[in-house]
Ligand binder design. Structure first.
Ligand code: BJW
Length: 249
């Protein structure tokens, strides 16, 4: 089917869908200038996520891990949400039941105006006391003293994010599986779909009969399972789908 027709078809599905769930990964923020984790342009190539995003790495060298996060906060803080984030924020306002489940910790969905957002892997602008578990907002860039210490008890603070081997917040994860199992249309945008349990959410949606749409320049392990694949950057294709949707509204 030619691309324009596929976009029109998808716009019509969006127009008629009752429950829409979107799963996003690092790729949706790539056009904002935030490097992804994996692949040829993968950022964190000098320090791979698997090397620093672990409790063992933090235990061994909290300063190194904090320097990595401080550097990333500097990048994220200097960039803006892109048209892809903004289109999704607009759909939340115009569609009846719409949510975003994101693996990203950059906070860009909320900055773009989305409110119904489930952050599976935490948020880089929050810190947590390793002793008391208290969570604080912290927008300092640079963060100041590294590693930062808890203002209440003096223990080490850590980024409020989910590292490999750590449990996700069960409340957020349960909601994510429920919203995946209930939706009739799911978008999977900018994720390599290799990190669990996030990568299982589209399978839950599929099992429940949802239509799956993948937006990613590259194929992923989910690609054979989806109904529609758009092999374009999300910041380009989402505005085109949005324009077709507006023609129906
Ligand atoms: C574009 C684009 C453009 C480019 N437009 N697209 C089952 C089987 C095997 C292993 C496991 C398993 N269950 C658990 C595991 C272990 C592990 C895991 O999954 N390992 C695999 C790697 C093998 N999982 C865990 O340890 C998780 N914990 C856990 O499962 O505990 C058990 C438990 C669960 C639930 C309840 C109780 C207990 C925790 C995983 C935490 C992941 N953390 C990180 C770091 C977060 C903090 C930080 O950012 O520093 O999360 S790792 C990193 O990967 C980050 C990301 O959110 C995550 C996913 O990456 P993402 O978003 O997919 O990015 P990329 O770079 O991989 O892909 C980008 C994509 O965009 C590419 O495809 C591009 O093509 C595309 N793209 N430009 C659209 N313009």
């Amino acid at each position: 089917m030619p691309q324009d027709e596929r976009i029109k078809k998808l716009a019509s599905l969006l127009h008629n869908a009752e429950k829409i769930t979107v799963l996003t990964g690092a790729g949706i923020s790539a056009e904002s200038g935030i490097p992804t984790f994996r692949g040829a342009e993968g950022l964190w190539r000098r320090h791979r996520a698997e090397q620093l995003a672990t409790p063992a790495a933090f235990e061994k060298d909290p300063r190194l891990v904090w320097e990595w996060y401080d550097w990333r906060r500097g990048i994220i803080g200097s960039k803006q949400p892109n048209p892809g984030h903004r289109v999704l924020a607009g759909w939340e306002k115009r569609r009846p039941s719409f949510c975003i489940i994101t693996q990203n910790i950059d906070g860009f969905h909320r900055r773009a105006g989305s409110e119904n957002v489930f952050e599976l892997h935490g948020n880089i602008w929050k810190v947590r006391c390793t002793n008391e578990g208290t969570v604080f907002d912290n927008n300092d860039t640079p963060i100041g003293t590294i590693p930062p210490l808890c203002p209440d008890c003096g223990a080490l603070l850590r980024p409020h994010v989910v590292w490999f081997g750590e449990s996700l917040d069960m409340g957020i994860l349960n909601n994510a599986f429920r919203l995946s199992g209930e939706c009739d249309l799911m978008f999977i945008i900018g994720t390599s779909a290799v990190v669990q349990p996030a990568a299982s959410l589209p399978l839950a949606a599929r099992e429940a009969g949802s239509i799956l749409v993948e937006i990613n320049p590259d194929t992923t392990p989910l690609s054979p399972t989806v109904d529609y694949s758009f092999r374009e950057p999300s910041g380009e294709i989402l505005p085109r789908i949005d324009k077709a949707l507006k023609d129906l509204e």
